[in-house]
Design a protein around this ligand. Structure first.
Ligand code: ATP
Ligand code: ATP
Ligand code: MG
Ligand code: MG
Ligand code: MG
Ligand code: MG
Ligand code: MG
Length: 270
C-alpha cells in the first residue's frame, strides 16, 4: 500500500481531537430513530406496537452485531437500540466517533436494505435517520443498571400505550379524553383499567412488547457432511463434521433480575 504523500496542508490533521474511550470501561452506543413519531404515522405503523417495525429494528441490530467487532449484547425497544462493546475492545483504538458512526450508518443502511422484507408492498417514503451517542460504564453494575433502565422505560411506555390505545380503539374515547383519563394514574390503576374495562391481563401481553428484545451470541453445533479423499484410497469418503458457530439470537426476557445474568454469565466475563 502507498503511504499518503506529505503536503504543507498536513498540519490540519492536528485539529482532530482525541476521543479515545477510557480503558476498561464498557462502551455503549445507543441509537434512536429521528422523528419516528412522524415516521410511524406516515408509514401507518399499527398502534401501540407495530411488529413489522420491531422486527425490522432487530434485523438491523443483528446486521450491526455481525458486521462490527466486539459487541456482546444489544437491547432494543420502540425506535431505539443499544449496543454493548466488550470492555477490552480495541476496535479502532477505542475512538468514540468510529464506534458511533459505524453503528449508526450500518444500522440506517440496513433499515433501508431490509425494509421490503418486513413491509412488503408498502413503499418507504423517505430515508430515515438515527442519532447516536456513546456512554462509558466503568462497572458491571453500572452496565446492568443501564440495561435495566432501558427495559424499565420499555415497560412504562408499553403499559401506558396499551391502556391508551385500548381506551381509544375499543373504548371509543378521543385521544385527549384518553390522555385526561390516564393523567396521574399509577401502574396499578392502569392494570385495573385494562382488566376491568377490556378484560386484559397485562402480564399476558406479548413478551416482545413488555420486555423489548435482547440480542446475544448463542453457540450452536452445526453438523455438515464433507466429502474427502484419503491419500491411500481410490474412493471418496463422506465424513460428518461438527463445528460450533456463534449465532445472534433474539430473546424477550427480563434483564433486571439475576436469572438472565446467571444464565449468560459469559457476557460480563473478561
Ligand atoms: P426524536 O427524534 O427526538 O427521537 P421521536 O418522534 O423519534 O423523536 P421517540 O421518543 O424516539 O420520539 O419515540 C419514538 C416514537 O416512534 C414512538 O413514540 C412511537 O410513536 C413511534 N414508534 C416507534 N416504533 C414503533 C413501533 N414499533 N410501533 C408503533 N410506533 C412506533
Ligand atoms: P477504511 O474502512 O479504512 O476507510 P477503505 O477500503 O474504505 O478502508 P479508503 O482509504 O477509505 O479505504 O479508500 C477507499 C477506497 O475505495 C479507494 O482506495 C478505492 O479503492 C475505493 N473507491 C472509493 N471510491 C471509488 C470510486 N469512485 N472509484 C473507484 N474506487 C473507489
Ligand atoms: Mg477514504
Ligand atoms: Mg429521543
Ligand atoms: Mg426517536
Ligand atoms: Mg425513542
Ligand atoms: Mg474508507
Amino acid at each position: 500500500l502507498r503511504t499518503m504523500a506529505k503536503s504543507k496542508f498536513e498540519y490540519v490533521r492536528n485539529f482532530e481531537v482525541d476521543d479515545t474511550c477510557l480503558r476498561n470501561c464498557w462502551i455503549v452506543v445507543r441509537l434512536d430513530g429521528r422523528n419516528f413519531h412522524k415516521f410511524a404515522e406516515q408509514h401507518s405503523f399499527t398502534k401501540p406496537n407495530d411488529d413489522r417495525a420491531l422486527n425490522l429494528m432487530t434485523r438491523c441490530a443483528q446486521a450491526v452485531m455481525e458486521e462490527l467487532e466486539d459487541i456482546v449484547i444489544a437491547y432494543g425497544q420502540s425506535d431505539e437500540y443499544s449496543f454493548v462493546f466488550q470492555k477490552k475492545s480495541n476496535w479502532f483504538k477505542r475512538r468514540a466517533s468510529k464506534f458511533m458512526t459505524h453503528v449508526a450508518s450500518q444500522f440506517a443502511s440496513s433499515y433501508v436494505f431490509y425494509w421490503k422484507d418486513y413491509f412488503q408492498d408498502q413503499t418507504l417514503l423517505y430515508p430515515p435517520g438515527f442519532d447516536g451517542r456513546v456512554i462509558l460504564y466503568p462497572s458491571n453494575q453500572n452496565l446492568r443498571d443501564y440495561l435495566s433502565w432501558r427495559q424499565a422505560d420499555c415497560h412504562i411506555n408499553n403499559l401506558f400505550n396499551t391502556v391508551f390505545w385500548n381506551l381509544v380503539q375499543k373504548g371509543g374515547l378521543t385521544t385527549s379524553q384518553a390522555e385526561e383519563k390516564l393523567r396521574g394514574t399509577l401502574s396499578g390503576d392502569k392494570n385495573e383499567i385494562l382488566f376491568s374495562e377490556f378484560n386484559i391481563n397485562y402480564n399476558n401481553e406479548p413478551l416482545i412488547h413488555r420486555k423489548g428484545t435482547a440480542l446475544v451470541w448463542k453457540k450452536i453445533d452445526e453438523i455438515t457432511t464433507k466429502t474427502i479423499k484419503l491419500p491411500n484410497e481410490d474412493k471418496e469418503k463422506e465424513i460428518v463434521v461438527t463445528r460450533t458457530r456463534k449465532k445472534v439470537t433474539p430473546l424477550h426476557c427480563d434483564l433486571i433480575g439475576e436469572e438472565f445474568w446467571e444464565e449468560h454469565c459469559e457476557i460480563l466475563e473478561d
